[in-house]
Design a binder for this molecule. Structure first.
Ligand SMILES: Cc1nc(NNC(=O)[C@H](CC2CCCC2)CN(O)CO)c(F)c(N2CCN3CCOC[C@@H]3C2)n1
Ligand code: NI
Length: 184
């Protein structure tokens, strides 16, 4: 099982690299990696397992965080508003289109690859359409909004060597951009 020792930290060069597209058809190794990443997220959200293995809680993970420079992201969390579990294992994800409107988490963002807290608002697109290959090797087109959209953008950033704090307005970190929507 993956634990925090498998996650590389800020300063490691791989976090600033552009990850390589996954070759198709998906290999068993790449499918296993996606499953290992999903298991980590589920474990990290289980109080007992997280405590036992000292896992920081996560709702998303990108392969470069495991020092694997491949374009693979995994998302897993319970969407209270939609009252359903959201689980995505996306290979070669691309933002095909996005809203002009921006959105942000009022508490800012963190990252399993960043050990210190870096306060400040991270403005992202409020709605995105993502094209990707799913675990079954099918091309999918997914429209996302609110929390899901924010998490997926954070993860796709990791595939392009972008960290969440790159987006923080250092001059004015806590002032929301005009017309930006808060995602509670
Ligand atoms: C917002 C949040 N960020 C958590 N951690 N950080 C992460 O996931 C990083 C990615 C997220 C940071 C901001 C957007 C994407 C990991 N990253 O670095 C990957 O690149 C959480 F854990 C969390 N939740 C809320 C829901 N809760 C349900 C019950 O279980 C616990 C869970 C905790 N919400
Ligand atoms: Ni992160």
């Amino acid at each position: 099982m993956l634990t925090m020792k498998d996650i590389i930290r800020d300063g490691h060069p791989t976090l600033r690299e552009k990850a390589q597209e996954v070759t198709l058809p998906l290999s068993d190794e790449d499918k296993q990696l996606a499953d290992d990443m999903l298991e980590f997220l589920k474990n990290s959200q289980d109080d007992q397992i997280a405590k036992k293995y000292k896992l920081r809680s996560g709702v998303g993970l990108a392969a470069p965080q495991l020092n694997i420079a491949k374009r693979l992201i995994v998302i897993h969390f319970y969407d209270e508003q939609a009252e359903k579990e959201v689980t995505l294992q996306l290979f070669n994800p691309k933002i095909a289109s996005h809203s002009v409107e921006k959105a942000y988490l009022p508490q800012g963002e963190g990252c399993l690859s960043v050990d210190e807290n870096i306060p400040g608002l991270v403005h992202r697109y409020a709605r995105i359409t993502v094209k990707a290959i799913n675990r079954d090797g099918e091309e999918v087109k997914i429209r996302l909004n609110r929390f899901s959209a924010i998490v997926v953008q954070h993860e796709i950033d990791h595939l392009n060597g972008v960290m969440f704090y790159d987006h923080i307005n250092q001059a004015d970190p806590f002032t929301p951009e005009a017309n930006a929507t808060v995602v509670e």
